[in-house]
Design a protein around this ligand. Structure first.
Ligand code: SAH
Ligand code: SF4
Length: 379
């Protein structure tokens, strides 16, 4: 007998026999093939693909009945065979600073978080690529959670669709200012350990006849999966950010344990060989400021020596605390002094303003509330 849990009641399981395939997250070719398999004449398939693509990604439609440039019988055929589904919003929290955090439920009853950060000149959506993470960076709360599974392209793109629904931002003419103008792959998970799904999802985000975000407005952050960085340049073409965080291997081994596999020298060589490197496409180095661990003047000087010759920007991230975290945030004065040294060496060194801290939405805090809630329930 199959146990009935609240999750099995609210979320159709993808592996359940009655679940219809979701058209969200298919590449253009995948959508084309799915339409043919469902009986669309080959001659029409290209046009139908374009039409349906536009409805899903430009207008945000999820009901086939609203796809009014398709014949009625064709819409019925689509509805009989497919769905256009997004992750379900479990909770939405809005911070005093306007940051919105969505807790989303995906197939299997798992949960991921997505954060929307409004700023004066842009609006950034921070999306997750995995449930949990295989890596265990010691300052990151997501890292305390085991990897549950990779997100599918539908679940990655679905985060964008959910946010645009909530921002009521569909059907905007090209060139007009958008509330959701940028994407950062800086939520839960290591995007380069879910390469194919992240690539397919970002291709959909960049498609000019769909969500249509420029590749320069998408930033993928990696802890340093060296062999996949060049591939990301070739196959996705988005901007790259590196979670650097330390200036010697001993410290980086502790903070970002993937350093034991690809150390600082190997990582920097990989970046020097990165095909897209240029002054207009600088690499962002993320550097979390941890009191007494990696924040001395000597660290700052070492950092600029290490990255010499790489067109770069250094993003200083004040550490965001989480319950039980073994670190403290460096003082504002320390962060400023560190930034001044980096700046004097010719690198922009903006300090990332913590956003949405009151709702645990800041960098490295994701999943914490949910996990705590679960543990309490178990108790
Ligand atoms: N796994 C990828 C992307 C997700 S983490 C990566 O590690 O790059 C996004 C950024 O938040 C990374 O630079 C990460 O190092 C940083 N981060 C993680 N925990 C943090 C914390 N508690 N405070 C501040 N930044 C943190
Ligand atoms: Fe994973 Fe990134 Fe957190 Fe490290 S910082 S544990 S790679 S999500």
């Amino acid at each position: 007998m199959t146990a009935i849990t609240p999750d099995s009641l609210t979320v159709p399981r993808k592996d359940a026999p009655e679940a219809k395939p979701n058209l969200v997250g298919l590449t253009r070719d995948g959508l084309h093939d799915a339409l043919i398999a469902a009986g669309t004449p080959e001659k029409q398939a290209k046009m139908r693909t374009g039409q349906i693509w536009g409805w899903i990604y430009q207008k945000g439609v999820s009901d086939f009945a609203e796809m009014t440039n398709l014949a009625k019988e064709y819409r019925t055929m689509l509805a009989d065979n497919f769905t256009v589904a997004r992750p379900e919003i479990v909770t939405k929290q809005v911070s005093a600073d306007g940051t919105r955090k969505y807790l989303l439920r995906i197939n299997g009853g798992h949960e991921v978080e997505t954060v929307y950060i409004p700023e004066e000149d842009r609006g950034t959506l921070c999306i997750s690529s995995q449930v949990g993470c295989t890596l265990s960076c010691s300052f990151c709360h997501t890292g305390t959670q085991k990897l549950v599974r990779n997100l599918t392209p539908a679940e990655i793109v679905g985060q964008i669709l959910v946010a645009r629904d909530d921002l009521d931002e569909w059907g905007i003419p090209p060139g007009e200012k958008r509330m959701l103008s940028n994407i950062v792959l800086m939520g839960m998970g290591e995007p380069l350990y879910n390469f194919d799904n992240v690539r397919d999802a970002m291709k959909i985000a960049m498609d000019p006849e769909g969500i249509s975000l420029s590749r320069r407005r998408i930033t993928l952050s990696t802890s340093g999966v060296v062999p996949e960085i060049a591939r990301a340049g070739d196959e996705i073409g988005c901007m790259i950010a590196i979670s650097f965080h330390a200036t010697n291997d001993e410290t980086r081994d502790k903070l970002v344990p993937i350093n034991k596999r690809w150390n600082i020298a190997t990582l920097l060589q990989g970046l020097r060989d990165y095909p897209r490197l240029s002054n207009s496409e600088r690499i962002t180095f993320e550097y979390v400021m941890l009191k007494g661990v990696n924040d001395t003047d000597a660290d700052a000087h070492r950092l600029v020596r290490l990255i010499d010759g790489i067109p770069a920007k250094i993003n200083l991230i004040p550490f965001n605390e989480w319950p039980g975290a073994p670190y403290e945030r460096s003082s504002n004065n320390r962060i400023r002094a560190f930034g001044d040294i980096v700046n004097a060496a010719g690198y922009a060194s903006p300090v990332r303003k913590p956003r949405g801290e009151d709702i645990m939405a800041a960098c490295g805090q994701l999943k914490s509330e949910t996990e705590r809630g679960r543990r309490e329930k178990v108790r």
